[in-house]
Design a protein around this ligand. Structure first.
Ligand SMILES: Cc1ncc(COP(=O)(O)O)c(C=O)c1O
Ligand SMILES: N[C@@H](CCCC[NH3+])C(=O)O
Length: 425
């Protein structure tokens, strides 16, 4: 039987006329679990992780999976078992990684709005580092740490002010961004951190944006960060680690981001040339580890010819596939069992009462009601951003490992959603 993989998706392939993820046909999984259904390939996650591990071979390095990309416990467990650390941004994420078996010392805590309660809990479990994003946060963290009789390990997130050339909503390292501190202010803020009694400065951090598909912004950001390392250490503040954030893009639509190992070969050359090759290197990849490991399987409900456009109405929606509505993002949409015959150009839309609820525009498809479609690149920033809008339940999620399919999240019911609410009389 001929096997045809899709670009960027080595573990998702047509075998004959059936779309498989690893050894399992998606049609069979949908028949067992219903739709919409998210299905992830474990091999795909591990091979994406492997590219980073190859890049860091022989180095002191810590890969901290940015779990905001996909925080389902079964996914976190894959990375915890592979020895990863985690980049978290809330107390909720902290509890989840602990539940998934993460080592607290390999957890780093990013985000501009950490609360005192979140800081206390993170100190109590002994996380590896707080990536502090403002002077105000430094002062509060020092106070909270002192009150708990601990010293909080900190890095300061610095904005290198390079343009990552991505969607403005996911660009984070430019002047004018709410994230991090300005490059020009970094030395002064490091000196303040070093003087605060509740803090122990351990590293430096940046994160310039997400879905970055060019290497130049990374190379430029590295130069800017290494300049700062020199300046800060000249002021007598030692930096044990350099955290370079995440952001590496994936192939959604013929995108050609650099391979993680190739990119890191070049970045490490810069680090070595400046004499910092002995530092612990940390990175926070999210999307590049999980994005192309997942598909969303959805059923065609209706085909609706319109005055100007024809619509293919599916049972998945912007609740669980929010990226097209939020960023006009492109996700490939392919039939799970292709038909051979006439095709029509459709806007693929969900059932939600918003015109923004579209998943794909102007897609040529040969489909009939009842057919299944696979929405690609659905492993990152889909289920982790899902909502219950229109009182829809969150879909089920499966993790496929070879010929095994593990249900890692059950489909959510309306009863699950209303459990926390109360009528008033
Ligand atoms: C601080 C931080 N680290 C890591 C990431 C992960 O980014 P990505 O999923 O693009 O690798 C993000 C999200 O952009 C982030 O805000
Ligand atoms: N949610 C964004 C990425 C956000 C990155 C988080 N800092 C996306 O789907 O592309």
């Amino acid at each position: 039987m001929t096997s045809t993989t899709l670009p960027g998706h080595p573990h998702i392939a047509y075998r004959g006329d059936a779309l498989y993820i690893e050894q399992r046909p998606l049609a069979e999984l949908a028949a067992q679990h219903g739709t919409p259904l998210f299905v992830y390939s474990k091999a795909s996650m591990l091979s994406a992780l492997g590219a980073y591990q190859r890049g860091f071979a022989g180095r002191k390095a810590q890969i901290c999976y940015a779990m905001k990309a996909n925080s389902t416990l079964g996914v976190l467990q894959v990375f915890a078992q592979a020895g990863c650390g985690f980049d978290i941004v809330s107390g909720g994420e902290l509890e989840r990684v602990l539940a998934a078996g993460a080592e607290p010392g390999k957890v780093i805590f990013s985000g501009v709005g950490k609360t005192r309660a979140e800081m206390r809990r993170a100190l109590e479990v002994g996380i590896g580092c707080f990536n502090v994003e403002s002077e105000g946060e430094l002062e509060v963290l020092s106070e909270v740490a002192q009150a708990t009789g601990r010293r909080a390990p900190v890095s300061i997130r610095v904005n290198p002010n390079v343009d990552p050339k991505t969607h403005p909503y996911i660009s984070t390292g430019l002047k004018g961004s709410k994230f991090g501190v300005a490059h020009e202010d970094a030395l002064r803020i490091y000196q303040r951190a070093a003087a605060l009694p509740g803090l122990a400065v351990v590293g430096i951090d940046c994160h310039i944006g997400s879905q970055i598909t060019e290497e130049t912004p990374y190379l430029d950001a590295m130069d800017r960060m290494l300049d700062l390392v020199t300046t800060i250490e000249a002021a007598g503040i030692a930096l044990h680690h350099i955290d370079f954030g995440g952001g590496l893009g994936i192939d959604y639509r013929g995108d050609t981001p650099p391979e993680a190992d190739v990119l890191w070969h070049k970045l490490l050359a810069k680090i070595d040339a400046r004499g910092y090759g002995d530092r612990l290197l940390m990175i926070e990849p999210g999307r590049s580890l999980v994005g192309n490991a997942g598909v969303c399987v959805t059923e065609v409900l209706y085909l609706k010819p319109g005055e100007q456009k024809s619509f293919c109405v599916i049972d998945a929606a912007m609740n669980e596939l929010p990226r097209p509505a939020m960023y006009q993002a492109f996700h490939r949409i392919e039939p799970v069992s292709p038909r051979h015959g006439q095709t029509t150009v459709y806007d693929v839309v969900g059932p939600i009462c918003e015109s923004g609820d579209w998943i794909g525009r102007d897609r040529e498809l040969g489909v009939a009601p009842g057919d299944l479609l696979a929405v690609f690149s659905a492993g990152a920033y889909c289920m982790s951003m899902a909502s219950n809008y229109n009182t829809r339940g969150r879909p089920a999620e499966l993790l496929v490992d070879g010929d095994q399919a593990h249900l890692i999240r059950e489909r959510e019911s309306t009863a699950d959603q209303t459990r926390l609410e109360r009528l008033v009389g």
